[in-house]
Each structure stands twice: as C-alpha cells, then as structure tokens.
Ligand binder design. Structure first.
Ligand code: 6PG
Length: 258
C-alpha cells in the first residue's frame, strides 16, 4: 500500500512554509541529479500564498530559477490575459518576480481548438521532460483539491479519469464546468513527487474522502493520485482536517503536525 504523508499546519501560512521547504529540498536534489528541476504548478487560489512566498527576497535567493522548468497542471481554455487563467496567476504571483529562463517556461496554449491545444501541450511535455512508463515526468507535481474532490481539472465522473495513453487532454461539460486542459492521472502518477496543498473547512469533506480507507476515483478524482515511483504528500491546515477520522484513514498514512 502506497504511503501517504499528511502534513498538518496550524494555518495555511505554516502549511505553505512547509511546502516551500520541501520544494527547495526537491529542487536541490533534482539539480544535483540532473541539472534542472521541473515542476507543474497548480492553479486556483490556495497556491497563491505559496507562490507569493517563493517570490520573497529570502526565497528568491534560495532557488536558481533559470534551472527550473515551469509547467502548469491544468488551465482554463481562455485567453492568456484572462483573469481566470492559471498561468496568468502563476506569472503574476511568482514568475514575473524571479529570473526564470523563458525557454523553460511552458504555459498551456489556449489559442486554438481545445483538443489541438491539449495535444500541443502533451507534445511539449514529451519533448522537454524525462519519461516514466511512457509518460512525461516532472520532479514535482503541485495540485489543489476542490470541495468535490477534483484535482487539476479532473472532475467527478469525468471520462478523463479513465485515460491511460494521453498525458494531457481537453475537457468540457459535462466532464468539467468549463472548457479546460488538464494532465491525466497517468501523467500525475509519473511525477517524482506529488503534493496536494489544500486549506479551509470547505475542503474537509473532500480531504476525508481522499484519505479514507475506501472510495472511488470516479467519485473523488484526487483518489486517482498514486505516484508509480514517487512520494505522495498532502499538506493542509487544521481547518481542512476537521472531518478526518483516524480510524477511517487508509493504511500507509503517516501524519505529522507542524
Ligand atoms: C483550477 C485548479 C483546481 C484547483 C482546485 C482548488 O484550475 O481551479 O487546477 O484544481 O486546484 O479547484 O482550488 P482552490 O485552491 O482555489 O480552492
């Protein structure tokens, strides 16, 4: 049974601080091992606090961002300047404030047909990343968790949850609330490390189902996370833990309070 580490901070800021430390540790190891660190950034609102922390002078000094390959785990199929764009959020909170190498920054294209953009991003990932079991492999896949248990743009009941060949797909109603492009479960599980960062009592129900002994990926898409050759860490604040029942947790969960 795969081990899942659950890291609980008293606050989101404490949880974010831990993720930053972990990111720095994995960055250091990856650069030492293969000269670069490839990371897929999560969208939504929760990771904003992490990206803002990484953009502070203290953290800017810790990471040579020219060695970082920047990817996005999912994107709304909207123009790049649209306020709903995940990449725009990552750029404004972090990338505009650190010295990334533009050739290493890979936003998801959203200017042509949904499926063509998804296929183009898959091609980008496959030509720039290492692979595991035929899937492009990032060093760190950062994901969020929706109140319904979605992660990236993999929503309950989505046909994308059954994808086994493609690393990136386009999704839209009824599989997703709007047209989006997302990494698939095989691409998530090819990562060296997967971190789910979540916070707030609105996510407590989904987190309890994610970590429960029983459950289905179809109903709770984040349960599709299970790195083939990597670590799975869930980082949250206390509020997100309020429905956790220690007896009902699946085996292999190691909990650590910060
Ligand atoms: C998106 C994200 C999505 C997000 C969750 C949690 O495009 O919105 O990829 O999966 O991580 O919805 O979002 P919050 O962090 O805003 O709660």
């Amino acid at each position: 049974m795969q081990q899942v580490e659950l890291i609980v901070g008293s606050t989101l800021d404490q949880a974010v601080g831990w993720v930053a430390e972990m990111l720095h540790d994995r960055y250091t190891k990856a650069v030492k091992a293969h000269g670069r660190f490839d990371m897929a950034f999560a969208g939504g609102g929760t990771p904003r606090a992490l990206y803002s922390l990484l953009a502070t002078p203290l953290w800017r000094a810790k990471v040579d961002w020219s060695r970082v390959g920047v990817y996005v785990g999912d994107e709304r199929h909207v123009p790049t300047g649209d306020p709903r764009s995940n990449f725009r959020m990552v750029r404004e909170t972090l990338l505009d404030r650190v010295l990334v190498s533009q050739g290493n920054v890979h936003p998801i294209p959203t200017s042509t047909r949904l499926d063509d953009d998804a296929a183009a991003y898959e091609q980008t990932m496959r030509t720039t990343l290492a692979t595991l079991d035929g899937m492009p492999r990032v060093d760190l896949m950062l994901l969020g968790l929706g109140p319904d248990g979605h992660t990236a743009s993999l929503f309950p009941g989505s046909r994308a949850l059954g994808e086994t060949e493609r690393a990136v797909v386009g999704v839209g109603p009824p599989d997703a609330p709007t047209e989006r492009i997302t990494v698939t479960p095989p691409a998530i599980n090819a990562a060296r490390d997967v971190v789910v960062l979540t916070a707030g009592n609105l996510k407590a129900g989904a987190l309890a189902k994610l970590l429960a002994a029983e459950g289905s990926c179809t109903e709770l898409p984040a349960r599709c996370i299970g790195p083939l050759d990597g670590e799975f860490t869930v980082v949250c604040d206390l509020a997100a833990c309020e429905h956790l029942d220690r007896q009902a947790l699946r085996q292999g969960i190691v909990t650590r309070r910060l």
